[in-house]
Design a protein around this ligand. Sequence first.
Ligand SMILES: [Zn+2]
Length: 374
Amino acid sequence: MIRCSKCILPEDFPNIQFDNKGICNYCHAWDGKWKQFDYNKSEQELVSIIDAAKAKKRRYDCLIPYSGGRDSSYVVYLCKNKYKLNPLLVTFNNLFMSAYAMENIHSMAQRLGVDHVMFTYRPDIIKRFYSAMVRNGGEFCSVCATGINHVRVLYQRIYNIPLIISGTSSRVDEQSPLEINSTHPAYVRKVLIKSGFSVHDIDSFVLKRQNEFSTLERVRMKMFGNDYTTINLPDFIPWNNQEIQRVLEEELGWKTPDRHKDHIDCKFAPIKYYLKNRQIPHFIFTQEKYSQLIRDGQMTREDALKSWGKMLETEGNEPSELEEFLCFLDLQRQDLERSRGLSHLDYISKKDIESKESRVYKALSYLWKLYRRM
Ligand SMILES: [Zn+2]
């Protein structure tokens, strides 16, 4: 198997090409965006986005989707202490949260001194959505992603919050191409329709993402003053792991999880990897994350290959949580067998998920900007 000589992506990775030094196009794209990144300029841009949100003088300046993880906790810390924003934290209860994650979410919200909502959508329906996605899509993470979008959209609307700030980083987090993974609403809707859910049940939960809004909806939101901006904070400022760890431990009393004992975030995470391996054999999800860390100088290629190899050895082994997972979602082993080989690509193509930003909307937003400046 040929791999990129810089990161660890393999030759069968979707759309990969190597140059004459064996370096892949994903590494080149990363360098193009991040190598000479001007943080001074981007922080100025960030401050102007923040000032615009504060100037609206709403009950909350921003909404932060809060998982209780390191990155989102650090986002809250910076928003509150450095940028002096008044945030509302929202957490989607995916029903799979580990005890560690639950405890951490509550204690962090308290220490950070901010308003926090833990939102639970009807568990009976959510469980049926999960089972349907496993049976007909071969995975279940898209339900959780849909839920996170649901709480964002819902609470943005309730309080008319002008800014959504998340902790996802396109610099160091994996950016899976469509061939590998998707949680897109168009895909989720199609699987749920096939599974026999009513349009009412689906539409109540699967809300549009911001880039799915039609031109008319966007114009209407702008006109009535309830449009909003979404940003990823790590794309504007340096995101230094050591500094994040220091702040969390020293200033927020963060309890660093014991990786052997604590399920960090989702107690069924090992099943996500197990199911993905059945869709794409010998595909180890973390190779994308590791490749990002190598590009950013936070991991060596040797270390990445070593732990990747270890994971490959256990590929296909049944996770110890499987029985509990099946029982919780009322699934049978035959359901898993039948879902082998299913993929999101059976339901959606690149064309289905292209952003619907039309020329009309672009022209109107340009005129709007000019009008606001006058
Ligand atoms: Zn590469």
